[in-house]
Design a protein around this ligand. Sequence first.
Ligand SMILES: Nc1ncnc2c1ncn2[C@@H]1O[C@H](COP(=O)(O)OP(=O)(O)OP(=O)(O)O)[C@@H](O)[C@H]1O
Ligand SMILES: O=C(O)C1=C[C@@H](O)[C@@H](O)[C@H](O)C1
Ligand SMILES: [Mg+2]
Length: 163
Amino acid sequence: MGAGKSTIGRLLAKELRLLFKDSDKEIELRTGANIPWIFDKEGEPGFRDREEAMIAELCELDGVVVATGGGAVMREANRQALHAGGRVIYLHASVEQQVGRTARDRNRPLLRTANPEATLRALLESRDPLYREIADVVVETDERPPRMVVLDILERLEKLPPR
Ligand SMILES: Nc1ncnc2c1ncn2[C@@H]1O[C@H](COP(=O)(O)OP(=O)(O)OP(=O)(O)O)[C@@H](O)[C@H]1O
Ligand SMILES: O=C(O)C1=C[C@@H](O)[C@@H](O)[C@H](O)C1
Ligand SMILES: [Mg+2]
């Protein structure tokens, strides 16, 4: 959360002249409900089922940059769909930066805890190895504006061997 998937995904798609799809946003459009509401009504498992179905659908598209939600990597089906469907970019951010970037946003139900920093730290610990497992490129986002992160991604993508 707050690593910049939605922000950087959109900029990257523009640079590559590709379509951009954000799985969180697509779920909201499809259901007509926002993510906190879905968490309230269906619990996290309900949201995760919707997310898995959405990611499978988005990974079928050609010529698209997909931004996932931060927890998508926890499901094996999502890891497989993302890895098989295209290049995977892991945007890394330190917990300190994540705290700053998510502080003013009320749209992340998992951060409605007494100590969001501890929550982010625990989530990063469990997710980081999984992100690294499927990533073709790992990009640092700390202390770098989104445009610089995008340039880095473009350079790194060019250097990857063809699939
Ligand atoms: N490299 C960056 N430097 C500074 N601020 C950034 C950077 N990337 C994103 N931000 C800011 O951090 C906030 C969170 O970014 P964003 O919503 O893109 O994260 P996300 O990874 O999509 O989060 P989530 O997992 O919750 O969907 C936004 O206000 C965005 O403008
Ligand atoms: O990190 C997470 O688990 C989440 C991140 C957001 O993108 C949303 O998908 C939702 O708030 C859950
Ligand atoms: Mg996002």
